[in-house]
Design a protein around this ligand. Structure first.
Ligand code: SF4
Ligand code: SF4
Length: 303
């Protein structure tokens, strides 16, 4: 009996073209690109309105609509070499590339405007009355910031030993956007959100393993926030920073999420002492400059 050369008809299987692959993912890619562009524009313009618009979209679109968040599970996949197939997950790779590149350029921009959970707690912070806030003492805040690095190391070590990916549910609350969890996890999340009412950005500042990873990557940041020489003594920005990311003249790159608050302050000539001191020096120089012979009232005479 003569066997057919292709008994399973593999040769007849249709081959997908890139046009078809891109077409299927185009809406996702476009919406994600538009959101990331909004995040970048709001950051570059230092616009408060655009920043809050970005945070609202982050919660609604990136969180509840899409559940697009960087997670420790992505670190697990990287360790396992088990990453999603590139051509079918273009939006995912665009998202990851944006997160890594923006962190290397500016620091934790992802945490400041893109992460849906961080956006949710920032919106809580903006809407809840200030009187509810408990100011964490500086020394305690500095120590508590280390917890997230310990949690990151412990989570990765646990995964390396057990290969149990489900550990992610206990170290990050991002599952809330997909609405799937057990009752004890919902109770834990409620406690976390209640605590966030009193301690602003609690999870992001002290507990998040992804924030810790991006904080470490931020050491590579190319474009950092500049500081004036007056920042050694003036502590206005340190008090204004809601992330505990300013320590005297230093910006703590692992904690800073590029929220812009201090940069708007630096640029404010009415509030930042740098500008007032500069203006005072200029007035002094003008006052000490000898008036040229023939000049009247410090003004040049017309011929
Ligand atoms: S610290 Fe974590 S939860 Fe907070 S914004 Fe960054 S990734 Fe999101
Ligand atoms: S206030 Fe400044 S130092 Fe603090 S998080 Fe925002 S950008 Fe970073």
């Amino acid at each position: 009996m003569i066997q057919p050369s292709d008994p399973w008809a593999f040769d007849e299987e249709p081959v997908e073209t890139w046009a078809e692959i891109l077409g299927a993912q185009a809406p996702d890619l476009l919406w994600l690109s538009a959101f990331l562009l909004l995040a970048l524009v709001s950051f570059r313009l230092r616009s408060v309105r655009l920043k809050y618009a970005t945070l609202v979209v982050a919660v609604a679109y990136m969180g509840f609509a899409k559940s697009h968040l960087i997670s420790v599970t992505n670190i697990f996949s990287l360790i396992d070499g088990n990453l999603p197939v590139f051509k079918y997950n273009l939006a995912f790779y665009l998202f990851v590339a944006f997160t890594i590149v923006s962190t290397i350029l500016w620091g934790r921009l992802y945490c400041g405007r893109v992460c849906a959970f961080g956006a949710l707690t920032q919106l809580m912070d903006a809407t809840l009355p200030d009187t509810l806030r408990v100011n964490v003492p500086r020394a305690l805040e500095r120590r508590a910031a280390w917890i997230k690095f310990g949690l990151l190391a412990a989570t990765i070590a646990y995964f390396a030993v057990t290969r149990d990916m489900l550990i992610y549910r206990y170290v990050e609350p991002f599952w809330m956007f997909g609405m799937f969890a057990t009752p004890p996890l919902w109770v834990g999340l409620s406690v976390l959100l209640m605590a966030t009412v009193f301690v602003r950005n609690l999870y992001c500042r002290f507990l998040c393993p992804v924030g810790a990873t991006l904080g470490l990557l931020s050491y590579l940041a190319v474009f950092r926030i500049k500081r004036w020489s007056e920042c050694h003594t003036c502590r206005i920005c340190q008090k204004a920073c809601q992330w505990g990311a300013i320590d005297g003249p230093r910006i703590l790159v692992t904690e800073c999420v590029r929220c812009d608050d201090c940069e708007r302050l630096y640029a404010d000539e009415a509030k930042c002492p740098h500008w007032r001191i500069l203006a005072y020096r200029q007035r002094k120089i003008i006052a000490l400059t000898p008036v040229p012979h023939g000049a009247s009232g410090g003004r040049a005479q017309s011929p």
